[in-house]
Write a protein that binds this ligand. Structure first.
Ligand code: ADP
Ligand code: MG
Length: 699
């Protein structure tokens, strides 16, 4: 008897070498793997053509007819086999270049065949190279339906004769063995609510669709199921964390917060900032540890939200910290928070790699005796020597650069973990966020502070450089500052460095001293030198900042209003968006110029066009997701959640939303899936956790 983990070698027609090939090429090892190896497209085989109806086109078609004669034609290398194929309307040729001998021996002359493939035409006579052929008698008998599945394949499989037909036949014998009967994985309630077809019907129709309608239903059902169980797992994790991982309850809002809010808040919060702050307050007031992702486009005002959250921590007798990925960013956070807290009796310090040992000791001591309220810094914050008296809230800026492991180091300093707020300026499309961060709570600042001017963005070819220089001069004459950014891509670091230096030289020629002053910042410089140059630019001593992408994230210099991006075609969309976000921070009209060569790939054109037409970070993120796919955006470590068999995060957002809501409701009413109604789900869920996959449900 078969079970889901039975090796496919037990299947009719699968010998050891074929099994080996399937394992290597398609990672199909067990019966369950095969069953859940889904076609990636279908061919409509409802229509038959007659030879006299053939026209020049590239579609795959099928014809019924007979081979009347075969001949082998010698050619330069080897030989080709040519068959004359006729039906009651005409004659055509079938041609083979490979496997000639074997095919010649196996073809039956004057016997009806269904042939299938693409046709070529020459002087009004048609031929079909390497047709798929099946005797009409077999064709009628086979478990085949109008929609023909086409399975993903590899070159190796094709070369070794494991064609689509072969896979179809294996699938057919598998279904015969199993009587096409599979255990249901969803509850009656869910099936009814979403009008799903049964698991058995879905599996049958995904491989052997009886109609277009049933195929659609099968796809929907299986996508739904796949997304449902992923969401079930994520939400369960979240609920368990909320009930098990205790946090310090910050039950009051006190003097620090209130005084700041009343007397020091430099502007009215946007509605989005208020909403997000409420969400954070609710989290930290409960007994559970907060684990919240705060998304907000560049310039949406995350800093003030971070500060207000830290003040709540202080009001409850706890310390707070911000950890940033680079020294420049940490320094900038420190400066803006220092400024916001001006006149308040709150002790804030900056800790980075370049803080001197003596100053470090002072910080360590103040941290341990609790007289230091807020610590801002880089990775230096998670060194062993750094011991908080009582860290209540840790804010992590830019989640992409910190691993979970590093994050949890912060926890080890307390008896209870601090509340965690992860801030990111990289908008993550909603569906992707649900899948990758489905176990976190998510807040979104989806509104920019009032009065922001849209950044005027233009695409210019390198050949128009002179007019771009002229424009830069005009803006500098108005007192503005300009960034000129060069790409920095690891593989060709040397070349990038050369590009940067060449660019720097040509800009120095065009913008001569002493009228113009130029700063340069790149990855090869020492942190202190970088800092020095950044500061010159910040203070307005230089008008142009030539840089590699080290300035990408977070840098805030309001007077800089022009961003020129060199070789813009080499940047990804989210990077371009981040870079553009460096300008448009002051009251003046800002500009972004994307410089490229003439040679542009199709994707590069879409990226540039997107940048020119929109400034909405979420819209840009959506395009990026479509261009690059979820795996590339979120990185390899997320492939578990993103390696989907049938659903598509980009296209199946609606199904995902439904599945997530249902998974949530299910766990709300039955947290450990013990109710009888949920026994199907429970069984499937246990298998998922045991086998690491959700597709192993055979009776
Ligand atoms: P980001 O989300 O990119 O970190 P910041 O917190 O640096 O954004 O805020 C960007 C700019 O907008 C800052 O100069 C900040 O003072 C200003 N700002 C933030 N919130 C508001 C608001 N509600 N009204 C007006 N200006 C604001
Ligand atoms: Mg910021």
């Amino acid at each position: 008897m078969y079970n889901s983990q039975t090796a496919i070698t037990y299947l009719k027609g699968v010998g050891p070498s074929r099994a080996d090939l399937l394992k290597k090429e398609l990672r199909i090892r067990t019966v369950s793997d095969l069953l859940n190896f889904f076609p990636n497209r279908y061919i409509d085989r409802t229509q038959f053509f007659k030879i006299n109806q053939l026209q020049q086109n590239t579609a795959e078609i099928q014809i019924v007819g007979k081979v009347t004669s075969l001949k082998t034609v010698q050619q330069k290398r080897g030989s080709r086999l040519v068959a004359t194929f006729v039906d009651d309307t005409g004659t055509m040729e079938l041609i083979w270049f490979r496997g000639v001998k074997w095919i010649k021996d196996s073809i039956k002359i004057n016997t009806p065949y269904v042939i299938f493939g693409k046709t070529n035409s020459f002087n009004n006579s048609f031929s079909m190279p390497h047709p798929e052929m099946e005797l009409v008698n077999d064709y009628k008998k086979s478990l085949r339906t109008v929609m023909q599945p086409v399975y993903p394949s590899t070159e190796m499989l094709t070369n070794k004769g494991v064609s689509n037909r072969v896979i179809q036949k294996m699938m057919q014998s598998l279904f015969e063995e199993l009587n096409a009967n599979f255990v249901e994985t969803l509850s009656e309630e869910i099936i009814v609510k979403h009008s799903l077809i049964s698991k058995s019907d879905a599996l049958f129709n995904i491989h052997f669709p009886k109609s277009q309608e049933l195929l659609t239903k099968a796809q929907f059902r299986l996508k739904y199921e796949e997304l449902f169980f992923i969401q079930l797992r994520l939400i369960r994790k979240k609920l368990i964390r909320k009930s098990k991982i205790k946090g310090y309850p910050f039950d009051k809002v006190g003097d620090y917060f209130n005084t700041f809010y009343k007397n020091h808040l430099p502007f009215e919060l946007t509605n989005a900032q208020k909403r997000v702050l409420k969400e954070i307050r609710k989290d930290v007031a409960s007994n559970a540890q907060m684990n919240r992702l705060l998304q907000g486009d560049v310039g949406s005002g995350k800093t003030i939200v971070a500060l207000l959250s830290m003040l709540i921590s202080l009001d409850n007798g706890f310390q707070a910290a911000i950890m940033a990925p680079t020294e420049i960013l940490a320094t900038q956070h420190y400066n803006s928070i220092k400024e916001l807290l001006n006149g308040l009796d709150i002790n804030v310090k900056l800790l980075t790699g370049s803080v001197k040992a003596k100053d470090r000791r002072v910080i360590h001591e103040a941290l341990e005796d609790g007289s230091l309220h807020i610590l801002i810094g880089t990775h230096a914050l998670i060194e062993d020597k750094v011991k908080f008296k009582n860290l209540g809230l840790a804010i992590i800026d830019e989640q992409h650069r910190f691993g979970v492991e590093q994050r949890s180091k912060l926890w080890k300093k307390n008896d209870l973990p601090p509340h965690i707020l992860v801030m990111t300026a990289t908008p993550i499309p909603r569906t992707l966020a649900m899948s990758v961060y489905g176990d976190l709570d998510i807040s979104v600042i989806d509104e920019l502070p009032p009065g922001r001017k849209e950044i005027a963005t233009a695409h210019r070819y390198d050949s128009n450089r002179l007019s771009v220089f002229k424009f830069m001069k005009e803006e500098i004459a108005k007192g503005r500052q300009v960034y000129v950014v060069y790409p920095l891509i690891q593989e060709s670091e040397k070349m990038d460095y050369k590009d940067l230096m060449d660019g720097y030289e040509s800009i120095s020629r065009e913008f001569p001293m002493p009228k113009y002053q130029i700063s340069i910042v790149h990855g090869k410089m020492k942190p202190a030198d970088k800092e020095f140059e950044m500061n010159r630019f910040l203070k307005g001593e230089t008008q142009i900042m030539v840089a590699t992408t080290v300035i990408e994230v977070g840098v805030n210099i309001p007077n800089a209003s022009v961003m020129v991006i060199e070789s813009a075609e080499r940047f990804g969309l989210s990077q371009l968006h981040q870079l553009r976000g460096r300008v448009g921070r002051g009251a003046d009209q800002s500009y972004c110029v994307l410089m490229t060569s003439f040679k542009l790939s199709a994707d590069a054109k879409i990226r540039l066009e997107t940048m020119v037409t929109t400034s909405d970070g979420f819209e840009i993120a959506d395009v990026d997701l479509k261009l690059r796919g979820p795996g590339n955006i979120m990185g390899k470590q997320q492939s578990g959640v993103l390696n989907l068999k049938i659903a598509d995060i980009v296209r199946d957002g609606d199904i995902l939303t439904k599945a997530r809501a249902t998974a949530f409701d299910t766990l709300q009413s039955d947290p450990s899936l013990q109710n009888v109604e949920n026994s199907n789900i429970h069984r499937a869920y246990q298998k998922l956790n045991k086998n690491g996959e959700i597709w192993s449900n055979i009776s």
